[in-house]
Design a protein around this ligand. Structure first.
Ligand SMILES: [Zn+2]
Length: 207
């Protein structure tokens, strides 16, 4: 906290969240990384089973990948706002509707981190886009996805269940789309509880 105060007071140089070089006070990205992120193209196309539409704001590489790491592993929470701004700016307007539902993290992982990256992005996006936010999915503890081989992740989809009332029109939000198994599990749980439309937005997508 003291460091944050020092940064906001201009006593310490601000460092780019992606590359670590100094950047303008109050900025999260240096000019070069800002430009590179702006050049990254959004990805759309057929989504995993159970989803009506899926859209990702960038491939999981370069500055976008570095920002996910900064949020996830270095807990740079303002990065969630930056990510939400990019999504709101670039996502098709027809997709930015319904109730925002964060893809749930397993309880052990969010406890270990003390916060939930997808939840932070979802809350920021809902606030910026003026959409309702409903964390109506929970995930039961299971194996960690990080470090598992792709085949193992596909073979063991996460166990997700609805909690409380589920909206009819849902916009799922997650940081990274990898195999799509998690999004499919979420879509199944939502539809079993009455959701009619299930679309998804992620910040990045692994190709
Ligand atoms: Zn940079």
């Amino acid at each position: 906290m003291k460091v944050l105060h020092a940064v906001s007071a201009g006593l310490l140089p601000a460092l780019c969240a992606a590359c670590g070089r100094s950047c303008r006070p109050g900025g999260l990205l240096c000019t070069r990384c800002s430009r590179r992120l702006a050049e990254a193209e959004a990805l759309t196309g057929s989504g995993p089973p159970g989803l009506d539409r899926v859209w990702s704001s960038a491939a999981h590489e370069g500055v976008a990948r570095d920002l996910v790491a900064a949020l996830k592993f270095r807990r740079l929470l303002p990065v969630a706002d930056l990510i939400a701004e990019r999504i709101e700016w670039l996502a098709p307007a027809s997709l930015l509707s319904g109730t925002v539902v964060p893809v749930p993290t397993s309880p052990l992982r969010s406890m270990g981190r003390g916060f939930d990256p997808a939840g932070e992005i979802a809350a920021a996006l809902a606030g910026q886009a003026g959409l309702e936010l409903s964390p109506c999915l929970v995930r039961r503890s299971g194996g960690r996805q990080v470090g598992k081989r792709r085949a193992q992740r596909i073979g063991h989809p996460p166990r997700v269940r609805p909690r409380g009332e589920v909206p009819r029109s849902v916009l799922l939000v997650d940081d990274v789309l990898t195999t799509g198994a998690t999004l499919s599990a979420c879509a199944r749980a939502l539809r079993s509880a009455g959701a009619i439309r299930v679309a998804a937005i992620t910040f990045t997508r692994r190709l």
